[in-house]
Design a protein around this ligand. Structure first.
Ligand code: K2U
Ligand code: NI
Length: 184
């Protein structure tokens, strides 16, 4: 079971690596790793388990965050309309995106960052993702709102990008032109 001890923190070089594609069909080992990441995201959102095991609640997790430089992400998030987006994916890729941007009004955090980094994190408002699911099947997903933001945050981790890399250093609270504000 993944706990906070397994999650590496900023300064660890793996967080700045470009993660490697997972060979498809996935090995039993890669399937087990991805399942453990998905279990973390689910467990961390359970008040009892998160308290019992000291888990920081997460709506997403990327394999580099557990020091595995492979292209795997787990996401479990409900959007503003109460629709659940629950995925454990290999080799996710953004194949198209809107020009329009969006951002979380609260800013972003990260399980690998033990400090607040205030500021607007501009994201694409809408994205289309191709990936392979844990059963080895190709899938395509269209996303907007908070789920789109979470997927971009996790895919950034696969490319060695941290959320604060996107914050405008001159004016951290500058709102990107015509961007959509997303509440949590
Ligand atoms: O990758 C991670 O470190 C998990 C991140 C995911 C995240 C996605 C989008 C915006 C911010 C963070 C967080 O720890 S999950 C914590 C959280 C919970 C509810 C809403 C936003 C963030
Ligand atoms: Ni993160």
């Amino acid at each position: 079971m993944i706990t906070m001890e397994d999650i590496i923190r900023e300064g660890h070089p793996t967080l700045r690596d470009v993660a490697k594609e997972v060979t498809i069909p996935p090995s039993n080992e890669d399937i087990a790793i991805l399942q453990s990441m998905f279990d973390y995201v689910i467990n961390s959102q359970d008040p009892e388990l998160s308290q019992k095991y000291g888990l920081r609640p997460g709506i997403g997790l990327a394999a580099p965050q557990i020091n595995v430089a492979k292209r795997m992400i787990a996401i479990h998030v409900t959007d503003e309309n109460g629709e659940l987006y629950s995925y454990a994916l290999f080799n996710p890729k953004i194949i198209s995106h809107s020009i329009e941007k969006s951002y979380l009004t609260t800013g972003e955090g990260c399980l690998s960052v033990d400090r607040d980094v205030p500021g607007i994190v501009p994201r694409y408002a809408r994205i289309k993702i191709k990936a392979v699911n844990i059963d080895g099947e190709d899938i395509t997903i269209r996303l907007k709102g908070l789920p789109a933001i979470v997927f971009q945050h996790e895919i950034d981790h696969l490319n060695g990008v941290m959320f604060y890399d996107h914050i405008n250093s001159e004016d951290p609270f500058a709102v990107p032109q015509n961007a959509i504000a997303i509440g949590r």
